[in-house]
Design a protein around this ligand. Structure first.
Ligand code: DGT
Ligand code: CA
Ligand code: CA
Length: 577
């Protein structure tokens, strides 16, 4: 199989990088960079040119030697020069080039002066302060390198919150059952309900006699694949799934301080510590100290109280203004899962769900809900068997019958109607007129320009029947970036039109993002925290939506589906039969 131009260009770039790290002749290096650019920008595939018998030396800056290499790579996918360079330089060294801010020149210096060959060695050199002294580096560059490596590591290794939760909860239970263990909490980003977590940070307290036992039992946990370190009160392991877990067993008197420290975020901790310093206090993971005297630390609340703050819930600890609010006694009263009285995004097996209307209604009822909106896909999403007007009308009849029969739960007639590329809705007004509410969503043409994507959604929201914008950014965590929209304009349009935005609680979505929830709250637009359930089990995902909502500072009154059915109906501007 012949190679594409981009592959050939990449080979030349890598050759140039490696030659530069080696300190080769600058003209030679430049020739390869030029070749990479020329080939990369060709409007026709090199393989086509070769088939047609074109002379590659006609291309700017390409002589016989380079033309030969282009042929070689295009035909075989290999380049003997690159293969040779790979034997002359440490194999991982090009990894270093992936760190933003590190070009071949800097990598060369790192390699020659500090013998840094791998990312790990680079990290250690930066952490130990050995990089700042190199010519052309300095302390700032060293810090940037540290941060960039951390970001790089996080990028590849993070786990979605819902996945991490499965391991975290099992481990928590396992540890709590060890004799002598008093308390176990999973701290870190997991406790802050971040959408992805890098590793789990577990804290425990145990009777003195049991402490060493705890670490031993932890490292022999069934799921452990590798023990990174183990001491009398702490251990780090990697689970079979690749997730790292750090355990620390701390004294009861330090539990609150340790919990505060290891819950983070780092930037929240730093801000709190700075505050403490100003009033002559020292905070660390062992407690709060004035001189040598411990004045707090057994509970987190005591730590906050020592610096004059009310208790700050973990989801707010991102140093986004929560400290000032705590000082002023004005922290939000964050929404809780028990505040939810319904779910406005539910599928059944009429489209791509797994359960019947009746089964979903029963599950919702046992979840303590007063109402759910049935929101099947519309016909455009053919792979989901999306509803056409006739099928939608049939489902509406079924819902009417079921509502007449069921007690304690009301099914709202709705649809997750596709927002087409031009902003029109996938079903005619005549079909939408009978519904209690209309949920609209984008499922295609994710790559429109910001202006077009925004106009598309604004136009949909201007539809008189439009009620709620589902998964407003379309992102899938770690899989699909959000589409490019002006969210503030959308939020403002929602306010003007009396529409609402969803926070979709599906673990892959968690969409709106936390900061956008905050933006909606500031603009006075209510958010609906919905499961997007495709089966009776999916209501359980609402907790991740609640976590995200709390990270977005939302309170009960900021959330649409904390309202009673009666209040909801007023808000969605429909009279219920
Ligand atoms: P992650 O694991 O990347 O999702 O994020 P975190 O927040 O769980 O970070 P991690 O596991 O590196 O550290 C756990 C907590 O320990 C972190 O949230 C705050 C605290 N921590 C870690 N390193 C430092 C530090 O250098 N200074 C301070 N003040 N706190 C730190
Ligand atoms: Ca962590
Ligand atoms: Ca950690």
């Amino acid at each position: 199989m012949s190679k594409h131009n981009a592959d050939i260009a990449a080979v030349f770039e890598e050759i140039a990088d490696l030659l530069e790290i080696q300190g080769a002749n600058p003209f030679r290096i430049r020739a390869y960079r030029n070749a990479a650019r020329v080939v990369g920008e060709l409007s026709q595939e090199v393989s086509r040119l070769l088939e047609k018998g074109e002379d590659l030396t006609e291309l700017p800056g390409i002589g016989d030697d380079l033309a030969g290499k282009i042929k070689e790579i295009s035909g075989s996918g290999h380049c003997s020069l690159l293969d040779r360079l790979h034997t002359e330089l440490p194999p991982a060294i090009t990894e270093l080039l992936k760190i933003p801010g590190l070009g071949p020149k800097r990598v060369k210096t790192l390699y020659h002066d500090l013998d840094v060959q791998t990312l790990e060695q680079l990290y250690r050199a930066a952490r130990d302060g050995r990089i700042r002294a190199l010519p052309g580096f300095g302390e700032k560059t060293e810090n940037n390198i540290l941060q960039a490596i951390e970001a790089h590591a996080n990028q590849t290794q993070r786990f979605k919150l819902a996945i991490a939760a499965q391991y975290a909860e099992a481990l928590e239970k396992f540890l709590a059952a060890i004799p002598g263990v008093l308390k176990v909490t999973v701290a870190g980003s997991y406790r802050r309900m971040r959408e992805t977590v890098g590793d789990l940070d577990i804290l425990a307290t145990a009777s003195t006699a049991a402490t060493s036992q705890v670490v031993q039992r932890f490292t022999s946990y069934d799921e452990v694949a590798e023990i990174l370190s183990a001491g009398p009160t702490r251990a780090s392991v990697i689970l079979k799934c690749g997730l790292q877990v750090d355990l620390r067993v701390v004294k009861e008197e330090s539990y609150g301080a340790a919990l505060h420290y290891f819950t983070g975020s780092k930037s929240h901790n730093i801000a709190i510590r700075r505050m403490a310093q100003k009033s002559g206090l020292k905070i660390n993971e062992y407690g709060v100290f004035r001189d040598r005297t411990r004045i707090a630390g057994e509970t987190e609340a005591s730590v906050y109280a020592a610096v004059g703050l009310s208790y700050i819930p973990p989801e707010l600890r991102e140093n986004r203004g929560e400290i000032a609010m705590a000082r002023a006694g004005q922290l939000p009263q964050l929404v809780e899962q028990t505040d939810l009285r319904g779910d406005l995004h539910v599928h059944t097996k009429a489209t791509d769900g797994h359960n019947s209307l009746r089964e979903m209604a029963r599950a919702a009822l046992s979840n303590g809900f007063e109402y759910i909106a049935i929101t099947e896909h519309s016909r455009r999403l053919a792979f989901t068997h999306g509803l056409d007007p006739l099928k939608l009308a049939q489902q509406c009849d079924e819902i009417d019958q079921l509502n007449a029969e069921l007690k304690g739960i009301t099914l709202l007639k709705s649809i997750e109607v596709d927002i087409l590329e031009d902003g029109s809705l996938d079903l005619p007004d005549s079909a939408l007129a009978r519904l209690d509410m209309v949920v609209g969503a984008v499922h295609s043409s994710f790559n429109l320009s910001r202006a077009k994507q925004t106009e598309r959604i604004l136009r949909a929201m201007q539809h008189p029947y439009f009620t709620l914008l589902a998964h407003p950014t379309g992102r899938l965590i770690q899989r699909r970036a959000p589409y490019d929209v002006d969210m503030l304009r959308i939020i403002r349009e929602a306010r003007n039109r009396g529409c609402f935005l969803e926070l979709n609680a599906h673990p892959e979505r968690l969409d709106l993002l936390d900061t956008q929830c905050q933006m909606a709250k500031e603009e006075g637009v209510l958010i609906s925290i919905n499961s997007d359930a495709h089966s009776v089990y999916d209501f359980a995902n609402l907790r991740f939506g609640i976590g995200q909502a709390r990270r977005g500072w939302l309170e009960k009154h900021d959330v649409l589906n904390t309202r009673s059915l009666k209040e909801l109906c007023l808000l969605i501007n429909r009279t219920m039969s």
